[in-house]
Design a protein around this ligand. Structure first.
Ligand code: 13P
Ligand code: SF4
Length: 327
């Protein structure tokens, strides 16, 4: 097929991302995009993409986009035979837990997460031993093996609701210390923490937020709850990636900062060309392992397939299901 024809065919997709991708770079993406769209039809596949995927993935090949909570929920509704999870490994594991009979592919299985890597099942068992009877709420940013040792999962979008749904005066929240502290500040429930951190969000500082307010008077500052509590205290709003996106659509600030991963501002800005995004972002090296050529290769080769130890599946799924049952 000639290049001109390819560019004509992908022009409506380019239109979605033209504010972010210069025309000279588009031909590099267009070939992979067209191939992926074709492969999705051939393989009966859908692509679930996290909000941190780069715009050409998020806006041009994804079928379902969202935060961790939305991806877990949507994974349960998928009809297609194959799910490609454009995100990190724990997200692909969650999709597999909710769909044991489907093929779940991750374009690069090395796409990890510093939070998921901060804790192993033996740590959870030890916490339970030290705090008998205290419910264990585990952030979805964790391995299936850790979920299997937990009572219930939570995401950044529902953590407060989950903690308060348990009717306990004390809970253990693993493994994100800052998320746990940020939730503790909003509830009377005593929250015991673990010293895991997100390597992306832990780098934001309160001094940086104050400097942004000086440099951009009137700016609205939104922070992800994986940021340290002193950063959250300086922000105007705190919420999951989906909550931040919804806030921008609702409040329509003239100028906004999203204290989170870099692709968030890119993806949200596409729908709000009139809003000015100030971008002191941090890149997640794990999320950035997922690229269009790797998604294409995953669909061509049907690799890498996510496999979960069958002795863990039921217990790990139960922790996710309990979370999804809390409304
Ligand atoms: P969300 O669930 O808010 O999208 O967060 C996932 C994540 O990995 C944030 O760093
Ligand atoms: Fe994990 Fe942080 Fe990357 Fe999210 S941004 S995947 S929490 S390292």
């Amino acid at each position: 097929m000639s290049t001109t024809t390819l560019l004509d065919r992908t022009d409506p997709l380019y239109d979605r991302v033209k504010t972010l991708i210069p025309p000279i770079e588009w031909p590099v993406f267009a070939d992979d995009i067209e191939a992926i769209l074709q492969l999705k039809r051939e393989r009966d596949a859908v692509i679930l993409a996290h909000n941190y995927m780069t715009p050409e993935i998020f806006h041009c090949v994804a079928d379902i986009v969202g935060d961790s909570l939305a991806l877990a929920r949507e994974a349960m509704k998928v009809d297609a035979k194959v799910i490609v999870l454009a995100g990190v490994h724990f997200m692909a594991e969650t999709a597999k837990l909710m769909n044991p009979a489907k093929t779940v592919l991750i374009p690069d299985s090395r796409a990890g997460c510093s939070l998921a890597e901060s804790i192993v099942p033996a740590d959870v068992r030890l916490m339970r031993e030290h705090h008998p009877g205290v419910p264990i709420v585990t952030y979805v940013n964790s391995s299936a093996a850790v979920k299997a040792e937990s009572d219930i999962c939570c995401t950044s979008g529902n953590a407060l609701k989950i903690v308060e749904s348990l009717g306990a005066d004390t809970v253990i929240m693993l493994p994100d210390e800052y998320l746990a502290q940020n939730i503790a500040a909003q509830t009377r429930v005593k929250v015991l923490t673990w010293a895991g951190h997100c390597e992306v969000h832990e780098r934001f500082t309160a001094a940086e937020v104050r400097a942004l307010r000086t440099d951009y008077p009137g700016v609205t500052i939104l922070a992800h709850p994986e940021c340290p509590p002193e950063v959250v205290a300086e922000a105007d709003f705190t919420g999951s990636t989906a909550d931040m996106s919804a806030y921008v659509g609702r409040a329509r600030p003239a100028r906004v900062v999203l204290l989170t991963e870099c692709s968030m501002s890119d993806n949200v800005s596409v729908n709000h060309p009139d809003i000015s995004f100030v971008r002191p972002c941090n890149l997640c090296p794990h999320m950035k392992r997922i690229t269009l050529p790797k998604i294409r290769r995953a669909l061509e080769t049907m690799q890498e397939e996510v496999v979960i130890d069958p002795t863990l599946t039921d217990r790990a799924r139960r922790s996710v299901e309990r979370m999804l049952e809390v409304r």
